[in-house]
Write a protein that binds this ligand. Sequence first.
Ligand SMILES: Cc1cc2nc3c(=O)[nH]c(=O)nc-3n(C[C@H](O)[C@H](O)[C@H](O)COP(=O)(O)OP(=O)(O)OC[C@H]3O[C@@H](n4cnc5c(N)ncnc54)[C@H](O)[C@@H]3O)c2cc1C
Length: 394
Amino acid sequence: MTKTALIIGGGPAGLMAAEQLAAAGLDVTITEAKPSLGRKFLMAGKSGLNLTKVEDTTAFLTAYTEAQKRLGPILDHVPPQAVIAWANDLGADVFTGSTGRVFPKVMKASPLLRAWLRRLAEANVTLLTRWRWLGFMDGTHQFDTPDGPRQITPDITIYAMGGASWRKLGSDGTWAADFAKRGIALAPFAPANSALGVSWSHHMLPFFGTPLKAISLRCQGHITRGEAILSQKGLEGGGIYSISKWARTGADVFVDLAPDRSHEDLETVLTKAQGKKTLSNILRTAARLDPIKIALLQECARPLPSHPKELAQRIKSLKLPIHGPAPMDEAISTAGGVAWSELDANLMLIKQPGHFCVGEMIDWEAPTGGYLLTACFATGAWAGQQAARFADQT
Ligand SMILES: Cc1cc2nc3c(=O)[nH]c(=O)nc-3n(C[C@H](O)[C@H](O)[C@H](O)COP(=O)(O)OP(=O)(O)OC[C@H]3O[C@@H](n4cnc5c(N)ncnc54)[C@H](O)[C@@H]3O)c2cc1C
């Protein structure tokens, strides 16, 4: 008899698992709480859909920090080249930017998602939308549906309900309560790739929406050259996201406003300019700081020291008055979720044979840059294949 597989959650990780299970000949059903699938995937498309990143394997794996040991074999199995081939196969032409980031040429997700869903329909995958999973009770999955409560008892289950940010797109993390009740260890959710809050004075108002370019940011020894954008609520952008993992715990964040100049060089030019010009003129012409950098310096270090050595020190290492991460719901992704200790190498719950976890539900995090989607695709494909094998053997 044909074995049945249930995928709970229709994001990229769940869809990838469904594809593998259908290809292996299982009867596959996807249940999705929202009226349509892949809403966060479509949102990712609004910023171009960074699908993956082409770079040296060691650098690529390092992006997954503590989780790289567990994700390593899975990402070896579905590396960035496999993600590119998969997108091409769905008709998406992709390009690789100068930093190795890979995007579809159309810079959006909707054509890819449409082609993907078409392919799943052709593989006879059943899609049930507005089916909210409530939990697993007495050996059966319980759902709230437009037609009232429903139950499904499949041979294989893939949990793919995402993390706990952007709840309006579906990933609200409510699944965690049922998992905890079943004794499955969870790492607490935390905002990842998140903006950082700053209470700016009115002096900074003209700079909201302006990027701080050619800077470096430092937090707990981690340094990034990514940019930061000033916003009403604080600071956002690639550079900020990549240090948010450390900054969210309250560690100090420093910005170097002249990262291409040494402290000594800066001190020398500041000394030479002393007495000849006003301070703001010195900062503009000798230190070559643009208006947003001068405003930030004034905002965070006023009164500015007149001594060149101390002034250079502030420019090279300015402490930002961060008061914490932005709310978790606004974060691009979340850390935390199902603890790795609960999963075997196949991503199957050790306490619940036949039940697998994929995507952002698992406790890993990575910076933006295509790492997030790659791990979602890879864990989805991996668990789908392992689950098909498990179904075959039981
Ligand atoms: C603004 C933004 C931009 C991004 N840009 C990028 C990018 O360019 N590159 C990149 O790599 N990553 C990006 N990401 C991150 C990426 O979109 C996510 O990491 C990825 O979508 C997670 O996939 P997932 O399948 O694990 O979960 P999700 O995509 O969150 O899907 C989970 C699904 O499960 C459903 N669900 C949840 N609970 C239930 C329930 N109880 N019952 C039934 N269904 C349920 C949800 O409705 C949802 O459809 C971005 C994220 C955001 C918010």
